[in-house]
Design a binder for this molecule. Structure first.
Ligand SMILES: [Zn+2]
Length: 284
């Protein structure tokens, strides 16, 4: 377990309560402070009168919850972050404070993929323009911050069965050319497998994208957003409210995909993080 330097310097007299906090379910499951991971930061000192503080990290609002009487910031850490101290800006009762937490290191694997369809390796200028439009739409959906508490921070696995075929953060080379690292978790399941919402939310995107194929975005509140793609069918509409476990669509292989699987993204504070963390499958 890792405590921030701040907690050591200011709350060293509260060792017993800090240990109790360290054993909470959310902290055990989600606190994986590595690049592409999640930091769970205790902010009990910043919530006088039961009012939750407002937290920013690198300019983006951060998810803050109350769990087992503790106030916790659930912070997404960008994949390109170097090991060392990171800083949250915490606003409470008109006062601004800086709270630091530590990020460790993690090595991500490489994968070389041969694609026969050159269309998705070197897109035409027209496809490139389409992709940029689609990317901007997705970035806006990730940035959205609704003042609604997510129904569950520990997310449900969106499909039953299957295996993890490609991990988050994998460095990928398509026909020898390095592309962006893998932004989500791939779960290999048969074509047509039901895809379910990982938590309550609002459907913010329903689209058929160049790379992601048939895609659904669900906004769970406070900057927690999930994306489901390469679907064969979509069963929801944009703007629709969905419940945890509700059917979103079916697994397929649309877009840039080599076979039926679900590509699942999880985003916190506009940062894509390892979805495996949320379903207890994190590999250090
Ligand atoms: Zn994928």
């Amino acid at each position: 377990m890792k405590f921030s330097r701040f907690l050591f310097s200011t709350l060293s007299g509260l060792v017993i309560s800090q240990l109790a906090w360290a054993n909470t379910y959310i902290e055990n499951r989600l606190n994986k402070p590595v690049p592409g991971g999640v930091a769970v930061v205790n902010l009990d000192a910043y919530s006088q009168g039961g009012v939750l503080p407002t937290v920013r990290y690198q300019g983006n609002r951060v998810l803050v919850v109350k769990s087992d009487q503790n106030i916790l910031a659930i912070v997404g850490i960008p994949l390109k972050t170097s090991a060392g101290a990171q800083t949250l800006v915490v606003s409470s009762q008109g006062k601004e404070s800086q709270v630091s937490f530590n990020v460790g290191s993690k090595k991500y694997k490489e994968q070389h993929i041969k694609l026969s369809s050159n269309k998705h390796v070197n897109p035409s200028a027209e496809d490139e323009a389409r992709f940029k439009r689609e990317l901007n739409e997705q970035l806006a959906a990730y940035k959205n911050f609704r003042e609604v508490k997510p129904s569950n921070i520990v997310l449900d696995r969106p499909v039953d069965g299957g295996h993890y075929s490609s991990p988050f953060g994998l460095r990928r080379f398509f026909n020898g050319q390095e592309r962006n690292p893998h932004s989500g978790l791939d779960i290999a399941v048969p074509q047509g497998t039901p895809v379910k919402a990982a938590a309550d939310g609002i459907v913010t995107i329903v689209a058929d994208y160049f790379f992601n194929g048939k895609t659904v975005f669900v906004d769970h509140g406070q900057g927690m957003v999930t994306m489901y793609c390469h679907l064969s069918a979509i069963d929801v509409k944009k703007g629709q409210a969905v419940k945890r476990g509700e059917l979103l669509g079916k697994v397929g292989s649309t877009g840039r995909s080599t076979g039926p699987h679900l590509h699942w993204n999880v985003s916190l504070n506009n940062v894509r993080v390892d979805p495996a963390i949320f379903v207890g499958a994190f590999q250090p």
